[in-house]
Design a binder for this molecule. Sequence first.
Ligand code: GLU
Length: 414
Amino acid sequence: MSTNNPFLSARSQMQTAYVFLTGRYDAQFPKMMNPERVIEVNIPVKMDSGEIKNFVGYRSQHNGARGPYKGGIRYHQDVTVDEVKALSTWMSIKCATLDLPLGGGKGGIIVNPKELSERELEQLSRGWVQRLYKYLGPLDDVPAPDVNTNGQIMSWMVDEYSRLLGHWTPGTFTGKPLSIGGSLGRDTATAQGGLYVLEAYLKSSNESLKGKKVVIQWAWNAGLNMIELIAKTGAILIGTSDSHGAIYDEAGLDIAHIVELKKNKQALTEYTWGTQITNPELLELECDILIPAALENQITSENVKNIKAKLILELANGPITPDADVVLFSKWIAVIPDILANAGGVTVSYFEQVQNNANYYWSREEVQQKLKLKMETALAGVLKSATEHKVMLRTGAYVVAMERILEAMKMRGE
Ligand code: GLU
């Protein structure tokens, strides 16, 4: 189907996979097509100017059959209710693909956080919690960082939540700094998980990352962590981007320089070697591995015919639309889908929550080891399902995940 509405994309992905489960969960499946609860809130913030400004926020709780709702909160000027609903659906599927005992949720606030002072941002974050705390908690719904949110925002939120309840409840939010109950390895978990899956996928066809030409869209957060991680694998980064544009060098970009620029909050336009190109041109570069790490709808029916990568690892959520997916599959371009490729983040969030609830903390090595095992086991399950049903990896993953969710719904009498 041709759509850039992410919620319609998520529904179409579920429809495609349900073909392989038809007849078994016909009573439960229609309920999965919509979130169980979507809450819209209005958050007043006293701006530094003295003016009171209202911000609209959301929390979508898609499915809780397998455990508490789990998923991030995004701050972005383009947030819509349908986007949040889609992202919460993808979280349900992601957690079930990894076999985490969690459901799916997602939140958002319509705001460009770059336009707010630190004090305004704190008030907005605390305001979101004041409006929603009755629906959150370690056994109910556990938010985490997403686009434009971070450990500082989680700290304000967990503090506000704990004040409202009158006791310290670190397990209500994940992605926290280490000083207040965060997990070692959570900061780099999305990229690290993606790398474990990528290496295991290549190994299944006797290949490795050594010498592979890689393009990473969006050198920030997970994308920037991935850039740093692949530097150690022998892969060659030939292109990357930020909000100002993209850079390209067939011979390989200077990773240390890029990391330094981005950590100093400088634009990639200040990278003086290579060629400056546009973001659309970046996606169309000839390369071995393309890693979209920004937002939804990057590869669509418009540009899919120009995609020349051999393999795509979706570090962002929803970067490929369902109609583009079909074209890529017909061109034999493999896609390791978001619900597996970027699941390292929520997997270590789950580990963080387990550590908070037990009040006992693990070493970085222990976290990495458990993450690797989780990612590789999930990949093996997805590959098996895709081979068995002769479908793309995304649909293979959906079949695995939806069977787990629908079975839980059925057993619970839903
Ligand atoms: N926002 C991340 C995601 O989309 C992490 C969610 C979490 O840790 O709960 O997977």
